[in-house]
Write a protein that binds this ligand. Structure first.
Ligand code: SME
Length: 360
């Protein structure tokens, strides 16, 4: 006879599969999963999610009493599970150094990370008023539920990518040179040339724009001016482009520019801070202001007086206008890449982890 606990988790897995079916919104799905677990497992006083945002966990959908909102990675049971990328079973929370007591009634806890390609996206946290409520069967069962959730979202992302042209890697095929008018052929040849001024040539935004040769012709000098002639410098340029790509979840744009950022001497640590939406307080003011500006323009959609004043001090009016226009230029590229579903190169893992709430 099957052990009743593993049977319970098998039933929950079937129900979770049915709840997720056909829905790709991670917040809605996490909310239903929290409710399912809350109703399905006995002796809980809290069940829910914390989503990873950079170096913190931020409260997500849950059932139970109001809880603490932000937990730094490495702190508490949730932060430990997220930092280590593995489940943590705590039989007695009083014995866990650094346990964060959101509800004094909690006596035991189980935290299971949701991991995709080695990156922790979120944790599922279960609290119980009963000592030693969770055992290995609970850990295994919850890990299976978490894996189902991650696999579902990965499949949704793959399904989104399926409607692309295998040769161009996006929804539009690459135009054939002989089908283009004279202007289009000039644009085609410029893009195909090894030093054509774009990082990816015909593959990527260049190839998409070729469908509108006039757009390709007119936008190129603006892009070249903003990148190379506005006097912003390579470091500021690549910081601005990466921060813009991050805010738009523009995987392809990021992948093209990360090597350029490294070549400009931007450290891997700074690149990771931008990649994960991390804290910029420790960066130099000169770097931080560029990243803050992009985050505020695209995520907060309001630039604070402090950020504006800092940016104006650093760049002066003309360069600041050019810097913001450069970000806008790459936001426009990100829009093309998103609308035409540009895929990463075969075998390239997505460089940008999903930030559930990129707004900070
Ligand atoms: N106890 C958790 C904090 C979250 S609440 O339990 C909802 C911890 O130590 O990380």
């Amino acid at each position: 006879m099957p052990d009743p606990k593993s049977q319970l988790y098998r039933d929950l897995a079937v129900q979770l599969g049915a709840l997720l079916e056909g829905e790709s919104d991670p917040v809605a799905n996490a909310a239903n999963m929290a409710a399912l677990v809350w109703r399905g497992l006995p002796h809980l006083n809290w069940a829910g999610f914390y989503f990873r945002q950079g170096a913190e966990l931020v409260l997500g959908p849950f059932q139970g009493k109001p809880a603490c909102v932000r937990i730094p990675l490495g702190q508490g049971v949730c932060g430990a599970a997220a930092a280590q990328g593995r489940s943590v079973v705590v039989p007695d929370v009083h014995d866990f150094p650094g346990h964060i007591a959101c509800d004094p009634n909690s006596r035991s806890e189980l935290v299971v990370p949701l991991v995709e390609d080695g990156a922790v996206l979120a944790v599922l946290d279960l609290d119980s008023p009963v000592l030693a409520r969770f055992d290995e069967a609970d850990r295994d069962g919850c890990e299976q539920l978490a894996a189902l959730f991650v696999a579902h979202h990965r499949r949704s992302a793959r399904a989104d990518a399926r409607d692309t042209d295998p040769e161009s890697g996006c929804r539009l095929p690459l135009p054939r040179r002989e089908d283009l008018d004279a202007e289009g052929r000039r644009a085609y040849d410029r893009l195909a040339a090894p030093n054509g001024g774009t990082l990816r040539g015909l593959h990527g935004p260049g190839g998409i724009q070729l469908h509108s040769p006039e757009l390709s012709r007119r936008s190129r000098p603006v892009n070249q001016y903003l990148r190379y002639e506005a006097g912003l410098g390579g470091r500021v340029r690549e910081l601005a482009i990466l921060a813009t790509a991050r805010e738009h979840d523009a995987q392809f744009e990021w992948a093209a520019h990360e090597p350029a950022a490294l070549a400009e001497g931007i450290s891997p640590e700074i690149i990771d801070t931008i990649r994960c939406g991390g804290d910029i307080a420790r960066l130099s003011e000169a770097d931080a202001i560029v990243i803050a500006l992009a985050r505020e323009i695209f995520a907060a959609r309001r630039v604070s007086p402090q950020t504006y004043a800092g940016a104006l001090d650093q760049f002066g009016p003309r360069q600041l206008v050019d810097l913001v226009a450069l970000m806008g230029n790459y936001a426009s590229t990100a829009a093309l890449l998103t609308a035409f579903a540009m895929r990463l190169d075969e075998g390239q893992p997505p460089p940008l982890p999903r930030l559930f709430f990129p707004g900070r």
